[in-house]
Design a protein around this ligand. Structure first.
Ligand SMILES: *Cc1c(COP(=O)(O)O)cnc(C)c1O
Length: 469
């Protein structure tokens, strides 16, 4: 059988057969909702294998991967050094239930890369990291209330599934059944980037607030970085009221810089820093590894050093730790420079193609992470000098500043854009509310495929926006 080449037909028979089979044993045919393509329609592509910048599906079609497993695959798929490290570790046993040196080495790497981190605990998912960080913040402060921002996603932690972004935003569910009112009652949801709302809530509830949890730069409502001064306002306000700041760097950590968003925006005035951090995605190199950590005096409250309980049968798993450590060690300055470069190339080309096709859009960006909002919030897509709040400096642009703005986008235009890219061999995230992710393995050939596809996709989006205008 010859290898298929783009443009691919819109049906995908082998994936469709697998999806039908999956639907009988997996709810919706998937193990995580956004993968089901409900936001864009059509048949999700089942990956057969992946290598470097490419996914190859069950029909043998090759796609340039702009999902990168939602962030982790910063070195590309099946990176030879990581494959070797995993093979070696696996040969020494999969899980011990005792301490092992690999988990210590991974923790040391994290602490070395993120200056405010003094201690960490390894867990198995970003959800577990934020859930545990909240318990620790509540245990440390003896206070019940958690403040979060609309459109920020912190995993499927019960208390944080109030007005969350990601899959929920896509499915337009304001809340989820299964979370009792009492569980969400101690969660306060504020608009992102709104310092006045933050100060008001602290003025009223300050002595009951355990922590503020925020995405260091939001990436789950599309990419919406903090406006200049927002992170400092969070640091100042939490400190003034004896609450902790939990910076969720699960998506941004070790992706945007050696440390994460912190490395682009920090260090902050007066030596201030978030009290706790959460990490995941890149630090596991594609394996289920995540972490939370921060100030030693706060972490000392964690069992067995302190009274706040937290545990995990597979936490610190030696095979996963080897994958994470090898990935991080391979994330050199050159890797970050390459990811920045290809992200800028694709971002600028996408915006130019949409301009040429007359499609209103705005580019949200935080370091190498970006997304395109099909909205007229900022018609030139630059976020610069258009009289709206925003920034156009080296680290981010924010023409859309909060969830209300993000929800103004034309998701039908995105769906048309998405499918045109897919048929030309480029797999974008199957939702308008997700960031586009690059890797250092995205070579000139892969980037070239994306650049060729963009004008076709921009015209497909234009056909939708002009029909509804
Ligand atoms: C992905 C993500 C999580 C959840 O991580 P999982 O490993 O999917 O549980 C939490 N916070 C942020 C900011 C994320 O992007």
């Amino acid at each position: 059988m010859s290898t298929p080449t783009p443009p691919y037909p819109s049906d995908a028979p082998a994936s469709a057969a697998l999806f039908a089979r999956a639907g009988t044993v997996l709810p919706g045919g998937v193990n995580s909702p956004v993968r089901a393509f409900r936001a864009v329609g059509g048949t999700p592509r089942f990956t057969d294998h992946a290598s470097g910048p490419y996914l190859v599906d069950a029909d043998g079609r090759r796609y340039v991967d702009l999902i990168c497993s939602w962030g982790p695959m910063i070195l590309g798929h099946a990176h030879p050094e990581v494959v070797d490290a995993v093979r070696t570790a696996a040969g020494r046993g999969f899980s011990y239930g005792t301490p092992n040196e690999g988990e210590v080495a991974l923790a040391e790497e994290l602490v070395e890369r993120v200056p405010p981190l003094e201690q960490v605990r390894l867990v198995n998912s970003g959800t577990e990291a934020t859930m545990s960080a909240l318990r620790l913040a509540r245990g440390f402060t003896g206070r019940p209330v958690v403040v979060k921002f609309a459109g920020c996603y912190h995993g499927h932690v019960d208390a944080l599934l109030a007005s969350a972004g990601s899959g929920l935003a896509t499915f337009a569910l304001p809340d989820t059944p299964g979370v009792p009112p009492g569980t969400a009652a101690d969660t306060l949801v504020l608009p992102y980037n709104d310092v006045a709302a933050l100060e008001a809530v602290f003025a009223e509830h300050g002595d009951r607030i355990a922590c503020v949890v925020t995405e260091a730069a939001a990436g789950n409502m599309g990419v919406v970085p903090p406006l200049p001064g927002f992170t400092e306002a969070l640091l100042r306000t939490t400190r003034a009221h004896g609450a902790l700041l939990v910076s969720d760097e699960v998506m941004t950590g070790f992706r945007l810089s050696r440390s994460g968003w912190l490395g682009l925006e920090g260090p902050y005035p007066d030596g201030r820093a978030p009290d706790l951090f959460t990490f995941g995605k890149v630090m596991g190199g594609g394996f289920p590894v995540a972490a939370f950590g921060g100030r030693a005096d706060v972490m000392a409250q964690l069992a067995p050093a302190g009274p706040v309980y937290q545990a995990g049968t597979l936490s610190g798993n030696p095979v996963a730790a080897a994958a994470g450590l090898t990935t991080l060690r391979a994330c050199t300055a050159e890797v970050y420079a390459r990811v920045d470069e290809v992200a800028a190339t694709i971002r600028d080309a996408a915006s130019a193609a949409l301009d040429d096709a007359g499609v209103a859009h705005a580019v949200g960006r935080a370091g190498s992470m970006f997304s395109i909002f099909f909205t007229s919030a900022d018609a030139d897509g630059s976020g610069a000098d258009d009289g709206r709040p925003g920034r156009d400096d080296a680290i981010g642009a924010a023409p859309v500043v909060d969830f209300a703005g993000a929800k103004r986008q034309d998701t039908a235009a995105y769906a048309a854009f998405f499918h045109a890219m897919l048929s030309r061999g480029v797999h974008l995230p199957p939702s308008a509310y997700e960031a586009w992710f690059l890797s250092a393995a995205h070579d000139d050939e892969a980037v070239g495929t994306v650049l060729e596809a963009l004008p076709h996709a921009a015209r497909a989006a234009a056909a939708v926006t002009s029909a509804t205008a």
